[in-house]
Design a protein around this ligand. Structure first.
Ligand code: PEP
Length: 249
C-alpha cells in the first residue's frame, strides 16, 4: 500500500559513538506526521542503531547489499546477514553506488532479486545526470533504469518495492529539483509503471524524491500528489532538520 516515507541515508558518516548520540537526539524529537521513518546507518552500526532505538518507531535499514547468499566476495554483505541483525529494508542503486562502484542496472536487477527472495523491502534509487536533463533525455534515462532493473518482476513484487527518484545533479549539491520538476517526473514514473503493470499497481507504489531536501523546501515538494516522501542525505544528519522534514507532511 502507498505510504508516506521519509528515509535518512547517513552514507559513510557517523562512527559508533556518533550513531548513538544522533539516535539520542532523534529520540528527543516528536513526530506529528503519518510518515514511516527510516534511518540507514553504515553496516558496522546497524546492530547498535537497533539497540539504541528500542521503543521508537524508526526502522533501521541498510544502504546496500550484495546479490550472492555468501561466498568469496571480500568486503561485501549479503541479504541473509542483514536479516540476521534485523534489517528488513535495503537501499539499492543509489547514484553514489552507480558512480563510484560501477553498479549497473543489470547488477542492480540481481540485487533486487536477492532482496526480494529474502522477503526484504527495497528502496530502489535512480535518476538522471545534469547533461541528460539539459538535453531533455531525463525521462528516457529514468524509464530505462526502471525497465532494466525492475521490469522482469511480477506485479506482486511491487508490494516490496519503494522507488526513489534522485536526480544526480541535486544530490548533495544544495540544488533541488523544483516541486514541479519532481511532480512531473514522479507522474511519468507512475505512468511508466501503469503501462506495464496496470494503474492499480502503479498507484500502490510509494515514490520518494531525493536531492537536497531540507526543512525549508520539504513541505512544498511533499505537497505534490505523486511525491510520497523523501530520501534524505545531508539533512538526515541533524535530528531537528530530519524531523522538520518528517513532519512536513
Ligand atoms: C541522498 O544521498 O540520497 C541524498 C538525497 O542526499 P542529499 O539529501 O544530501 O542531497
Amino acid at each position: 500500500m502507498r505510504k508516506h516515507i521519509v528515509a535518512g541515508n547517513w552514507k559513510m558518516n557517523n562512527d559508533l559513538v556518533q550513531t548513538q548520540s544522533l539516535i539520542t537526539e532523534l529520540k528527543k524529537q516528536s513526530q506529528t506526521s503519518d510518515a514511516e521513518v527510516m534511518i540507514a546507518p553504515t553496516f558496522t552500526n546497524l546492530s547498535a542503531a537497533f539497540e539504541a532505538l528500542k521503543g521508537l518507531e524508526i526502522e533501521v535499514i541498510a544502504q546496500n547489499m550484495h546479490f550472492a547468499e555468501s561466498g568469496a566476495y571480500t568486503g561485501e554483505v549479503s541479504a541473509e546477514m542483514l536479516k540476521s541483525v534485523g534489517v528488513q529494508t535495503v537501499i539499492l542503486g543509489h547514484s553514489e553506488r552507480r558512480a563510484y562502484f560501477n553498479e549497473t542496472d543489470e547488477l542492480l536487477a540481481k540485487k533486487v532479486d536477492a532482496a526480494l527472495a529474502n522477503k526484504m523491502r527495497v528502496i530502489f534509487c535512480f535518476g538522471e545526470e545534469l547533461a541528460d536533463r539539459k538535453s531533455d533525455k531525463h525521462e528516457s534515462i529514468v524509464e530505462n533504469q526502471i525497465k532494466k532493473a525492475l521490469f522482469h518482476l511480477k506485479a506482486s513484487a511491487f508490494e516490496q518495492i519503494v522507488l526513489a527518484y534522485e536526480p544526480v545533479w541535486a544530490i548533495g549539491t544544495g540544488e533541488t529539483a523544483s516541486p514541479e520538476q519532481a511532480q512531473d517526473m514522479h507522474a511519468f514514473i507512475r505512468e511508466t509503471l501503469a503501462k506495464k503493470y496496470g494503474q492499480e499497481t502503479a498507484n500502490s507504489v510509494s515514490i520518494l524524491y531525493g536531492g537536497s531536501v531540507k526543512p525549508g523546501n520539504a513541505k512544498e515538494i511533499f505537497s505534490k500528489p505523486d511525491v510520497d516522501g523523501g530520501l534524505i542525505g545531508g539533512a538526515a544528519l541533524k535530528a531537528e532538520d530530519f524531523y522538520a522534514i518528517v513532519n512536513a507532511f
